[in-house]
Design a protein around this ligand. Structure first.
Ligand SMILES: [Zn+2]
Length: 878
């Protein structure tokens, strides 16, 4: 393996570029095969730049056709074109126009970075470093310029020509060509550049902003898909209104367009005024998309729209600050969903995602701070830590400052930094200045990797009516950060009395702010006096900090909270904790008692029958901690097959006791009327399908019967897919036949094919590896499409732990062979799939050895991309 230390980039080396780009004009001539990009860049040295300082532009796989300064062609000796740079040896010591011409071949660009073709459509992806694959440029986020783009193309192939900003001209040319001119008045970094050309259909609408301006909205997609875009448009309009209401942010251009493309490495991209989306996050119809798909479209449309202020208007100074725009924007989209739907359900879903994706990253070889201080390949830092932990950090800030204080800080952020490329430090500073507080200590949440573990102990003294709560924190070392400091941790809390009502106290010592305790230091004791009875503490309400909690609570305390806690998150958490404790005991050799199962079943039954809890919450309560979560909680010498067996046994024991209640919930919660993706109907479906899953996976014959019937009679994809999912997870005798039926009947749509691929990948049977290998080997399999590859291989590596980590190593070798193959075409997909190995050191010795052998063989074969080599190197070392 190449150990490319020369590629490591350090935050401490950040320096301002000696040159600015004051204006960028591109003349892009799109042909059937080749595209010519003629760039006119107005470049100026900064006042402090010494004359004769070379100008070094970025480039990647570009072929330079011509180069000129102020219209005069440059002598060969005046510049040097290398593999990744174009250097002007001695540029003029004044403002000048640099002209370059390059030729691109978009159809062969399988990395899907820069300008490429997806189906018949030409499109771009420039974040983080794709613009240098379009033209030579100072391709870094702190170079902001207004752009003007003239696109010319054969009208028959590309009647639609889109770019950032407002369209200022368009017209017909000779020989069937036409053109459009787009101008974006807002200076922007090159990573936000976008351009789309193709034969696309569209839906149009408009939005009137709070100051009364009309914005034309468009969602573009392949012809015939317009109906599938209606929900995306609806979500966009609601997002625009919400950002005005909640953050006072108004949209700024006259046009906002979204384009859906089939081949896309990411979910979506927030290019100024022209968002480009993976089609799976735009297209939804009841018969081909699930309620979860509707939710995800709404969420991601909102996320990318919100970037207009947090990302586009205020951007990142360098890529180390990625969390500045992503963590903040994820927080904003989470709040949007919470306001639009159920706050409690959204919070539980987000915490499940955090624990499934970010905690394992934070506790493994790929751990890194939300604001890293070095990287080899920035593409590998679009991680759950930057996004999801980044959002948690913003959420803690809002908890500590209160809603009004947080809003004051945000208002100052928009005022002070609009039009800038800035840093995490500047972001923290606005909250300090707006609220008159010191957040320097808090800022370390961005700088320190790893998940703090908070240990809780408490004692009640009846004689003095005193309750003492002691919290202490510790963070394990992570790669490159052996020593950890304590962080300020907000703990939302209440004390609950024996009758289930909150308990008062007459005085409290320690940092107690209304309903928030702050643990700031390695350990703290909070003493409450005047407490009439022993309380049960409800801590980390709403999951107020992204930490692991080790508590001295008994199963009885947890079951008490599951019934009485007024905080819905903790109510859910208590049920999870009860189930987790039973599974951990059983994996360790201590079988549960019948009474334990009876108690958990009774708490679940009470939850199901509650008249105050909503259906989606009940559905979440019915889903037990995942096999991966149990594995991570155990931490070492993990045997995934044993965990799977224990979890299935618990599901079976619960299904046995709860069958009547589950059947009643299944039959009682049928939505009425035509399909709607709203909170009410989707909640009912979620509850029915959770009950169905528990019955089916729990081995109840009723479950298999109901699942088969539901699969066959379903009138929407949510119910059909849930039924099939339950059958596959249980691997009932019907499973293979129903999978085959689904393949034949429903997967003409590639996005539905993804669902079939995902279920195949998660199937628990022993034949899963050869079956997936056969799917991949099929000549008809779309081997260059990221969605298909991720549906199959991403799900296998991350969501089928027992088969991925087979003791014979076949699962590991299957994934590394796939990575080696795909890496030659699309390094980003390969590197992402390889991250499934981040847990390899936690396995018992046989599996650990097999994983290491597979990784070592991949390394020794050599020839990997920088993306994949970086992940592999860190995975093996960490
Ligand atoms: Zn984003």
């Amino acid at each position: 393996m190449r150990t490319e230390t020369e590629h490591t980039i350090f935050l401490k080396d950040y320096a301002v570029s000696p040159y600015r780009i004051d204006r960028a004009e591109l003349d892009v001539k799109i042909g059937p095969v080749l595209t010519k990009v003629h760039a006119f860049l107005t470049v100026s040295p900064r006042p402090e730049t010494p004359p004769g300082t070379p100008l070094v532009l970025d480039g990647d796989e570009l072929k330079l056709d011509s180069i000129a300064v102020d219209g005069l062609p440059l002598a060969l000796t005046a510049y040097e074109a290398a593999a990744t740079t174009l250097t002007l040896r001695e540029p003029p010591n004044r403002s000048f126009v640099l002209e370059t011409e390059v030729t691109l071949e978009p159809a062969t660009n399988l990395k899907l970075m820069g300008f490429y073709r997806s189906g018949g459509t030409w499109c771009t992806q420039c974040e983080p470093e794709g613009f240098r694959r379009i033209t030579f440029y100072l391709d870094r986020p702190d170079i902001l310029a207004p752009f003007k783009v003239t696109m010319t193309a054969p009208k028959a192939l590309a009647p639609v020509l889109l770019a950032n900003g407002n369209r200022v001209d368009a017209g017909e040319l000779e020989d069937g060509q036409h053109f459009a001119v787009w101008e974006d008045p807002f200076p922007k970094p090159s990573y936000l550049f976008a351009m789309v050309a193709g034969d696309l259909g569209a839906i149009h609408d408009s939005f009137t902003t709070m100051s009364g301006r009309t914005v034309e909205l468009g969602v573009y997609a392949a012809h015939g898909k317009q109906e599938d875009c209606l929900w995306a448009m609806d979500s966009l309009k609601r997002s625009m209104a919400w950002d005005e209401r909640r953050f006072g942010r108004e949209y700024d251009l006259d046009i906002f367009n979204i384009v859906a493309v089939a081949d896309f490495n990411f979910g979506a991209m927030e290019n100024k005024g022209l968002n480009i989306f993976n089609d799976k996050l735009v297209f939804v119809q009841p018969d081909s998309a699930t309620d979860d798909d509707y939710y995800n479209v709404e969420r991601v449309i909102a996320h990318e729209y919100f970037h207009n202020w947090t990302g586009d208007r205020i951007t990142c100074r360098d890529w180390f600050q990625l969390c500045l725009k992503e963590g903040l924007t994820v927080y904003r989209d989470q709040e949007f969903t919470s306001d639009e739907r159920s706050r409690a359900v959204k919070r539980i879903s987000d915490v499940k995602t955090l624990r499934a994706a970010q905690f394992p990253e934070d506790g493994g070889p790929l751990a890194h701070p939300a604001r890293p201080d070095s990287y080899k390949e920035i593409n590998n830092f679009y991680t759950a830590t930057v996004y999801e932990k980044g959002a948690e950090i913003v959420r803690m800030l809002a908890t500590l400052l209160g809603e009004a204080g947080f809003r004051k800080g945000m208002d100052l952020y928009f005022d002070r930094h609009d039009g800038e490329a800035t840093t995490i430090e500047a972001f923290i500073k606005v909250f300090e200045d707006a609220n008159g507080v010191d957040l320097q200590h808090f800022q370390h949440w961005y700088l320190q990797a790893g998940t703090p573990e908070v240990t809780v102990s408490d004692a009640y003294d009846a004689a003095s009516q005193t309750y003492r709560l002691t919290l202490s924190q510790q963070t394990a070392p992570t790669p490159g950060q052996p020593d950890k400091r304590p962080l300020p941790i907000p703990v939302k809390f209440d004390l609950i009395g024996p009758n289930g009502a909150p308990m008062g106290w007459s005085a409290a010592s320690g940092d107690v702010r209304d309903d928030v305790l702050v643990l700031d230091g390695a350990s703290a004791t909070f003493e409450f006096t005047g407490v009439a009875n022993r309380p049960v503490p409800s801590l980390f309400r709403g999951f107020s900090a992204p930490v692991e909690i080790v508590s001295n609570a008994t199963q009885a305390d947890r079951l008490f909270l599951a019934r009485h806690d007024s905080d819905p998150f903790n109510r859910w958490q208590a049920l999870q904790d009860v189930a987790m404790a039973l599974m951990l005991g059983a994996v360790g050799g201590t079988d549960w008692a019948e009474a334990d199962i009876a108690a958990l079943a009774a708490a679940l039954e009470d939850t199901l029958e509650s008249e105050t809890l909503d259906a989606a919450f009940k559905a979440l309560a019915l889903s037990l901690p995942s096999e991966s979560l149990v594995a991570r909680t155990i931490g070492s010498d993990v045997d995934p097959a044993r965990i799977r067996a224990v979890r299935l046994a618990l599901v079976a024991a619960l299904a046995d006791r709860l069958e009547p209640a589950l059947e009643a919930a299944y039959r009682a919660n049928v939505p009425e009327g035509p399909y709607l993706p709203d909170t009410h109907q989707s909640g009912l479906r979620a509850l029915r399908n959770a009950a169905l899953s528990l019955l089916t996976v729990g081995g109840r014959p009723l479950g298999a019967t109901l699942a088969r019937a539901q699969y066959e009679s379903a009138t929407n994809m949510t119910d059909r897919y849930a039924a099939l999912g339950a059958v596959v997870a249980a691997w009932t005798p019907d499973a293979e036949a129903l999978l085959g039926n689904f393949r034949t009947m429903f997967t003409a749509d590639p996005l539905v094919l993804d669902k079939w691929l995902a279920l195949n990948a998660m199937a628990p049977d022993e034949e899963v590896v050869p079956r997936l290998a056969a799917i991949l080997a099929d000549p008809a399999f779309p081997r260059n499409n990221p969605n298909r590859l991720r549906a199959l291989m991403g799900n296998f590596g991350l969501n089928n732990p027992a088969q991925f980590a087979r003791p014979d190593g076949a699962g590991f070798r299957f994934v590394t062979a796939f990575v080696a193959d795909v890496d030659t075409r699309n390094p980003q997909v390969a590197a992402r799939v390889l991250t499934a190995f981040r847990v390899w050191r936690s396995f018992e010795p046989v599996r650990r050895g097999a994983a290491e052998a597979a990784l070592t063989a991949l390394r020794d074969a050599g020839g990997l991309s920088r993306n994949t080599a970086d992940i592999l190197e860190r995975t093996l070392e960490g």
